[in-house]
Design a protein around this ligand. Structure first.
Ligand code: GLP
Length: 261
């Protein structure tokens, strides 16, 4: 039994389901169950995927379910939120590599069905427009997974990111380059200065959103994203506009929100 508490927002148009559980393990398990159920409920599921440390354990659980024969990825298409500009897809730091290592090559996904923006494209704007077209052509994203960065970003929607932004090149915030330096020899200056990211508007177009946040490092930004006035300076605050949004946190990530709510 997990002690979990659930909070549904008061507004009738918007439904935010906030689930908190004591440990990060339980949070990731809950998220994995929601993702697995979503995959099973569509003949041809379209998932929006995220990267970062938080998601690594979620993908590990999905791979474990696949290996037990409990999950089938053969008809799934996916679209990742973002990719660094100027990092080759084959480089260890790319989000292409991350996705192949943690999911695409571990399950029975069809080759070419896992889409990640091409940060090496000669024409980055054209690549972003083509990415939007590919999402639209797939019928749209059924469930978009989200993490949250220390700047309050979803995807790489750094402050300020208007809520109607689409997939585009962005300049990464110094805080984000610091946060993501681990893969770049702990040197923030080695982290690319730019990235391609789905826009806030692109993310809000997904039929469902699932944000996963664990650890005390996320507590302050979670409180701001959920309780401060919605602002392009915290792109994660935009998820409050969505009709079907679930947020899963462990107690550490939820602590400041709980105290202030
Ligand atoms: C990167 C990704 C974000 C993700 C964030 C969280 O910045 N671009 O989409 O939300 O990492 O990272 P972590 O899970 O490592 O805290």
């Amino acid at each position: 039994m997990t002690a979990s508490s659930s909070f549904a927002s008061q507004s009738s148009e918007h439904h935010m389901n906030i689930i908190t559980v004591p440990t990060s393990t339980e949070a990731v398990e809950k998220a994995a169950t929601i993702v697995a159920d979503e995959i099973r409920s569509h003949a041809a599921p379209v998932l929006g995927l995220a990267t970062g440390r938080t998601m690594e354990s979620l993908y590990a659980l999905l791979v474990a379910r696949y290996r037990k024969g409990a999950l089938d990825f053969s008809s799934m298409t996916s679209f990742n939120l973002d990719e660094y500009v100027g990092i080759a897809a084959s480089a260890p730091q790319s989000y292409h590599t991350y996705m192949h290592e943690h999911l695409f090559d571990q399950v029975n996904m069809q080759a070419g069905h896992g889409h990640v923006p091409d940060g090496m494209a000669a024409d980055l704007d054209a690549e972003c427009a083509a990415y939007e077209d590919r999402i639209r052509a797939s019928g749209g994203i059924n469930l978009q997974l989200l993490g949250i960065g220390e700047t309050g970003h979803i995807g790489f929607n750094e402050p300020p990111s208007a809520f109607d932004t689409r997939t585009r090149p962005v300049v990464l915030d110094p805080i984000t380059r610091q946060q993501n330096a681990g893969m770049f020899g702990n040197n923030p200056d080695a982290v690319p200065e730019r990235a391609l990211t789905m826009g806030v508007g692109t993310i809000l177009d997904a039929k469902r959103l699932l944000l996963l946040a664990v650890g005390g490092g996320k507590a302050a930004i979670i409180r701001k994203a959920l309780l401060d006035p919605m602002t392009p300076d915290i792109s994660a605050s935009a998820i409050r506009l969505h009709k079907d949004c679930t947020i899963i946190m462990d107690d550490a990530a939820a602590a400041e929100w709980k105290r202030a709510a």
